[in-house]
Each structure stands twice: as C-alpha cells, then as structure tokens.
Design a protein around this ligand. Structure first.
Ligand code: PAF
Length: 283
C-alpha cells in the first residue's frame, strides 16, 4: 500500500473520516521526523493496535528554547517516508509551520506542575510547547490510540495526564525505549555525537541500570547514596555536564528519599558536547 501524504488540516481530517466511515479505528504516532528504529517500533505498535496508522512529522518550534537546536534539528523527509511505509504506517501528516503554528497562535496548554520538574527545570516552556502541539494534533487527527516512547518518560506521563484531565477520548500507549546494543537509547539527536562522545554516551544508561540493580537487590535503597554513585559514574565515564539526576515517584514525579519498588523512576539529562542526552529507568 502506498503512503498517503497530507499537508493540510482539512485533508488529513477528510482521510481519517473516510477510514472511520468504513468502521476502522485509528492509531497515531506523533514525531519530529528523522525517524530511527525507536520510531519504527512505535509505528509497528500502532499497526498492532489499529488498521489505520497515522504518523505526523513536524519539528515543533514551540518546544524549543531560544538557545536550543531548532534550526539544526536533523530533517530527512524522504527517509522518514520509507521508515513509515516499512513499519506499517499508512498515512503521513506533514504540515508546515504556517499550518500548525501560525503567527497569531495565542492559546496554549499549561502542562501543570509536572512540566516544571526534571527536564522542565532547564527547558522552560518545553512541555507547554509539547502539550500545545500534541493537543492540536489530537484534535486534528482524532485517533483512538496514540503511541509514545518511554525514552521521553516525563513527556509520556504529562501527555497521559493531559488526556485524562482534558478528557481526550484517546488511549495513550507507552512503548519501552529502543537501545543500541551497547545500551545507548536511540534518539534523533545521537547524530550530533562525535565518535569519542558516542563511545562514552552508553555510560549514562549503565550508571542508571547499576543503580536500579542495587535498589532491586536491596543492596542500597537510599536515594542520596544511589544518586551520588550515578553522578560519580557519569562524571568519570560520560565526562559530560550533568543537567540533573533525580530519583522520583513514577506516579507524580515527586522526589523520593527511599526507593519505592514499583513506583520509582531514576531520570537523568547530561550534556555531552552539543548533545543533550536523556534517559531513565523505572522499577
Ligand atoms: O517526542 C517528540 O518527538 C515530540 O516531543 C512530539 C511528541 C512529536 C511533539 O512535538
């Protein structure tokens, strides 16, 4: 089946309506493009959930700060079309900035308190930008399901909360992070890493995984000790600048003093040269 491609709100709405009149359900994967195996896994999951799979590609200016990498964010729409087709996507929504973020846009979605912790502390306005664009996409695409990766755990949790609090009739499905064989989480931004940085980057996940193992085995459940150990490993092995390492409740992102098995997330962000790596473990 050839990929259907739509660039306007009216056209994508009409395509989804046609599918719905045939009684088909719709699963949606919103992306910023430069698709990799992690996105392919999200699209394959969407294809398991519904016969119609819509993927959007839109580099959302609202979620980038003024000093961030919006202009140099990698883009390759021809490659993206191939990944979407090969992974089971049937419809691509590829709007321009004037369609989704016209200059007179003034209403935005407040992400609530979860938007200003972890990544939200240093990326001011990031989650407002994410929620605003995802809410718009949900209203335009009108899916039954939307699939997001656990790599961006805070984003996934905030979107679930938004869908719950604002009564979007959509089921949010989370999919586990896809990793390179050495553990590095797949990310479009990995393309910024130099060869030397690429060698060191997997130590972020190794540090988080080791803390998870120590907590699960009962060897250490004290959050300060676990955190200090992670910070030490990152300083020695990743050799980047730590934005944050935090151990929080998965249920509400509040800080923990002792790990709560079943409700703990260790999340971290580290600058490695020009690349901001994020990762997390949950247990
Ligand atoms: O995870 C992403 O790629 C983006 O934050 C999203 C969800 C597509 C919104 O722009």
């Amino acid at each position: 089946m050839t990929l259907e491609i739509y660039e306007t709100v009216d056209d994508i709405r009409a395509a989804v309506r046609r599918a719905r009149t045939l009684g088909k359900t719709v699963a949606f994967v919103p992306t910023m493009g430069y698709l990799h195996e992690g996105h392919a896994a999200l699209i394959r999951k969407a294809a398991e959930l519904a016969p119609v799979v819509v993927v959007s590609v839109f580099v959302n200016p609202l979620q980038f700060g003024p000093q961030e990498d919006f202009d140099r964010y990698p883009r390759d729409i021809e490659h993206d079309k191939q990944v979407i087709e090969q992974s089971g996507g049937g419809i691509l929504f590829f709007p321009s900035a004037s369609v989704l973020t016209p200059p007179d846009l003034q209403i935005t979605v407040d992400p609530g308190p979860w938007g200003s912790v972890l990544c939200g502390k240093s990326r001011i306005g990031h989650f407002r930008g994410v929620c605003t664009i995802v809410a718009k996409l949900f209203n335009i695409v009108n899916p039954d399901y939307a699939v997001f990766g656990w790599k961006d755990a805070q984003q996934l949790l905030i979107i679930k909360k938004m869908v719950n609090d604002l009564n979007f009739p959509i089921e949010i499905v989370g999919l586990e992070t896809v990793r390179e064989p050495d553990g590095l989480a797949l990310s479009s931004r990995n393309t910024y890493l130099s060869a030397d940085e690429r060698e060191r980057a997997p130590w972020l996940y190794k540090a988080l995984s080791r803390a998870r193992e120590r907590a699960l085995s009962g060897e250490c459940v004290d959050v300060t000790t676990l955190r200090d150990d992670i910070v030490k490993t990152i300083a020695e092995k990743v050799n980047g600048i730590i934005d944050y390492v935090e151990i929080v409740r998965l249920s509400d992102l509040t800080p923990l003093h002792r790990v709560e098995i079943g409700n703990t997330m260790i999340a971290a962000a580290v600058f490695l040269g020009k690349t901001r790596l994020i990762d997390n473990v949950r247990f």
